[in-house]
Design a protein around this ligand. Structure first.
Ligand code: ADP
Ligand code: MG
Length: 267
């Protein structure tokens, strides 16, 4: 099982869209994929037509035992989606209250890593969606994943947010035994606008090692797919946006051939 996460302390940058589209691409290749919603807003959960306001069970349940995880529980939280190779562990709005808990105590930061270990032989890939807040939930996502994707809009204000996220990751990497590999993904690219073109140049110059080769263009089909609750690849695999994610996927698969942080070692 490979675990990826998508995070940025800024909202509206394409995190949930990246999770859903990458999941679709992996599932279409025949992999069994789990998408895990750790954002209390529950956009990923809503995407697949579940209501984060009224769900009885969600990722929230995993945090209810002081950091200890019942081995049966993660499997009981799995929901089906519009794609038969994609399962979902949903978020519920109650998860917002978790952000008040302290990460430092009782292994609260490793709840998700431990929960996913219980599903080790059920999925080929897990992709975690995370909230735009550096709290217990994002810390859990970062601790559980082997690779992290940081989508960033190609606009100047977003670059400020990226600086903050990179500082956070540098801090987290100081505390980790093995370094978390992260990749910056430029999103909402519009080559007709100067702001977009210049921002992309700045991102590439500032983070040459970290930035993904692929760029995700602005594509209204993402919104169409989300209103229908189907993954973008199922709506139209040839659209510009999906082609951008396809390039990203090929680039990530090359990276997969290199050793990544070993999560199992830390449990
Ligand atoms: N490349 C894109 N082009 C156009 N619209 C997009 C693109 N990526 C995401 N969107 C739309 O922008 C909105 C925010 O994206 P989302 O993935 O939910 O961001 P986040 O999870 O970071 O808050 C959604 O309505 C989504 O459909
Ligand atoms: Mg989101």
């Amino acid at each position: 099982m490979r675990i990826w996460a998508v995070a940025n302390q800024k909202g509206g940058v394409g995190k949930t869209t990246s999770v859903v589209t990458l999941a679709g691409l992996l599932a279409d290749q025949g992999f069994d994929v789990l998408v895990l919603d750790l954002d209390p807003h529950g956009s990923l959960t809503s995407y697949f037509r579940y209501d984060p306001d009224s769900l009885q069970h969600s990722a929230y349940d995993l945090f209810q035992n002081d950091g200890k995880v019942d081995a049966e529980l993660p499997g009981q939280l799995l929901l089906s989606t519009s794609h038969d190779r994609i399962s979902l562990i949903p978020a519920s709005t109650a998860m917002a209250t978790l952000e008040r808990k302290s990460v430092g105590s009782d292994g609260m930061g490793l709840v998700i890593a431990r929960s996913l270990a219980c599903l080790w032989d059920q999925f080929d890939y897990v992709i975690i969606d995370s909230p735009p807040v550096l709290g217990v939930l994002m810390v859990n996502a970062l601790a559980a994943c082997e690779r992290l994707l940081v989508p960033v809009q190609t606009e100047f204000l977003a670059i400020k947010g990226l600086e903050r996220m990179v500082r956070t990751l540098t801090m987290i990497n100081r505390a980790r035994k093995n370094k978390l590999e992260y990749y910056i993904l430029p999103t909402f690219f519009d080559r007709r606008t100067q702001a977009s073109v210049q921002s992309l140049r700045v991102i590439r110059q500032t983070y040459p090692e970290q930035v993904a080769q692929a760029v995700i263009p602005v594509d209204t089909k993402f919104r169409n797919a989300s209103t229908q609750g189907i993954v973008p690849t199922a709506l139209d695999p040839s659209t510009h946006g999906v082609r951008g994610y396809n390039m990203l996927m090929r680039w990530l698969m090359e990276k997969e051939k290199q050793p990544a942080a070993d999560t199992a070692q830390r449990l």
